[in-house]
Design a binder for this molecule. Sequence first.
Ligand code: DSN
Length: 416
Amino acid sequence: MDYKFLPITDVEVLELIKKEERRQADGLELIASENYTSPAVLEAMASVFQNKYSEGYAGRRYYAGNEIVDEIETLAIERAKKLFGANFINVQALSGSPANLAVYFALLNPGDKVLGLKLDHGGHLSHGHPINFTGKTYDFVQFGCNSETGRIEMDEVEKLAREHQPKMIVAGFSAYSRDFDWIRFREIADEVGAIAFADIAHVAGLIAGKQISGPVEAGFDVVTTTTHKTLRGPRGALIMSKDEEVAKKINRAVFPGIQGGPHEHIIAAIAVALGEALQPEFAEYSKQVIVNSKKLAGELISHGFKIVSDGTDNHLMVIDLQNKNVGGREFTEALDRAGISASASTIPNDPNPPMKPSGIRFGTPAITTRGMREAEMEKIAEWISRVTEDWEDSEKLAAIKKEVGELAAKFLVPGV
Ligand code: DSN
């Protein structure tokens, strides 16, 4: 980016921004939840919408001067409706956890029974982990993956739902690489009279790009997503509802229930990102994300890595490192020293605690945005394999970092 004012007013901050630009450009981003937004999204985020307070919703604001804010928020909502086929959308939740908090707050009472995926099996903290507000406020029953197949077993979900009669079923994940059977989840929810809630934060872009099926078309009552992962927008969230009554409750939960003024500059940038996701190029992008992910997974398997569930249907994969001589955290640090960013991850029934997990998670959204294809996946898998062998050897890691930098230099980071 070109900076016009920071060179005059704050060189100290500018230097840190430039350093971060360099870091992002020189390395390879394999964190499954990260991506690069377009320069247009960055421009909208830096716009004067940042200056405005706008508690309330379009046409019903508490402060004056919101007539243009109403237009930008309505535009974002209309684009989101078109992209996901949802009836009602809230664009004000600040990010994924606040969006989920709003859903629980709107539709449940403290102590209500909820069914969700366990954290170490790929769920999210806000799907009922005991350390999270969700686990502390609601009575979560948690399902997991089959220890042989690494996949969610819908018969187990059904059995638990019948046994516990939850008020809500949460279908969603942060580290699960297989297709979700949205229809079966909704059928199970219908059978026990539960609210069907999906958190599609990770795969929203793949659903928007029509590469995988989604919970809106499967008839879920409420769906949340962040906007910055595969959807490639700014850091924000969407909450989609099927019925007007649910939508009203969600709106009231977001404001005045949980939040004050929404971040309208982010909502403007969400509108830009949704506009981009409506273009045919975005479908091509999301298709390539999955092609790259499958290729990377296949290459890693051929280098002797064990992937949970033996492969992937989406943008991510979780590697079980128990057959390698390195833990998830040490491996993540060694990869970082070799110029490759990833996140340590628990594996299903992890024998180790979450702060010392036995796995690592890789994803292809960011490297695909840079234009990398199957040939690059082969190279990346080879580097990852070399790092498992040499994870304690600083010189070898530095040598890999040099090779990584040479490849990275050929693929631009948008906005840098
Ligand atoms: N932090 C996100 C992820 O990495 O999946 C989830 O909130």
